[in-house]
Design a protein around this ligand. Structure first.
Ligand code: UD2
Length: 348
């Protein structure tokens, strides 16, 4: 090999080496850029396809069309927020289409408890039939009926995603005990089954019927319903338990609203805590021979005074059939039927 050939070969080898280094650098850079780009695309896609708010905010699907919300116009005849900034749900304060479209993809399920002990079984058919028409229609619903007369539970046709379970409970010759023991049975139900069976639970009086939508607008952590009998009154007239010896005691000048014992609910763990606390306090009172003025309703009111509900339902959500409708009540969704206490209760 002469000197010229050696020089040419050296130049060629050096050039090849340089090209190799250059190629490797460019391809590394390109890979890095495209990796970042793919990541962004993947991120965006997963954010769109699998929205997960971890429960901290509501996720709406794209392209749901609904009336433009306004902060200038709305209900002015009623208050729709509490002083602790929980919504108070009235007709005209929410959009059912929007709310259903938010909750539907979450595949939520709702449990409901209803007690039909003794002659109160007579109210169950109407309760179940009207629930089928108005209570969380289109969602998964599991109704738990507690009764001492399981054979008399009526057959009511239910939609495919709805089911009914009957649980036997002992009867009692005191209506006060039947009403108050509900807290214990709700606590046990949640511990045994319902906590894994549903996301939310509502506990409702059986001597009632649905007339209008009760749906996703009612969902919340801890949900209370304003009693239809006292919502226009001064708090001094609320029938809270007024004896300081009772664990349901609410002092004069205290208390926000008067809530119903006939309807309350929320997330499973919240209702569990409420039921457990009210049961404990009711039983501790009983050991000291004291029964609160309105049994578990009094304990519930004390509980809600300290543990502020995260959503409050207006009296649309539990009216009373014997009362004429007040102008601010644009719709009655659920109401207590007229009943003859002397005829249906085991004791006066
Ligand atoms: C109020 C409350 C109720 C409860 C009670 C105080 C409303 C509308 N109602 O209603 O929830 O707090 O005061 O104890 O807020 N039950 C039976 N068999 C009986 C008696 C009662 O199954 O023999 C069940 C049944 O589910 C009934 C519920 O207990 O709906 C409440 O009893 P109530 O309706 O007689 O109580 P009431 O009208 O005083």
């Amino acid at each position: 090999m002469d000197l010229l050939t050696v020089k040419v070969l050296t130049v060629l080898l050096l050039s090849a080496l340089l090209l190799g280094v250059l190629y490797s650098y460019i391809s590394q850079t390109h890979r890095f850029v495209s990796f970042q780009l793919q990541d962004v695309i993947a991120d965006t896609r997963s954010a769109e396809v699998h929205p997960d708010s971890h429960g901290l905010h509501l996720v709406a699907p794209e392209h749901v069309r609904y009336k433009q919300p306004s902060i200038m116009q709305g209900r002015t005849d009623v208050v729709s927020v509490t002083p602790w900034l929980a919504p108070i749900v009235w007709e005209g304060t929410f959009n059912p289409v929007l709310l259903d479209s938010i909750y539907k993809p979450q595949n939520i399920s709702i449990a409901a408890t209803v007690f039909a002990v003794g002659k109160y079984i007579m109210f169950l058919k109407n309760f179940l039939e009207t629930a089928e028409q108005h209570f969380f229609v289109g969602f998964k619903v599991h109704i738990y009926v507690f009764t001492d007369r399981p054979k008399e539970v009526p057959q009511v046709k239910m939609a495919a995603d709805r089911q009914l379970t009957v649980r036997s409970v002992p009867s009692s010759n005191r209506w006060q005990e039947i009403s108050a023991r509900r807290m214990e049975l709700i606590q046990t139900l949640i511990e045994q089954t319902a906590h894994s069976d549903a996301d939310y639970i509502f506990c409702l009086d059986v001597d009632s019927q649905f007339h209008g939508r009760w749906g996703t607008e009612s969902l919340g952590g801890l949900v209370a319903v304003i009693h239809p009998g006292y919502y226009r009154d001064d708090r001094s007239r609320f029938p809270y338990e007024r004896r300081p010896q009772s664990r349901a005691y609410v002092a004069p000048g205290e208390g926000d609203f008067y809530y119903c014992g006939g309807a309350f609910g929320g997330l499973m763990q919240e209702v569990h805590l409420l039921a457990k606390t009210c049961r404990f306090n009711f039983e501790a009172d009983a050991k000291e021979n004291i029964e609160a003025a309105w049994q578990e309703e009094s304990h519930l009111n004390r509980y809600m005074w300290l543990n502020k509900p995260s959503k409050v339902l207006s009296p649309e959500y539990l009216w009373q059939d014997f009362k004429s409708r007040n102008p601010e009540i644009h719709i009655i969704r659920f109401s207590g039927v007229v009943k003859n206490y002397a005829e249906i209760r085991p004791n006066a």
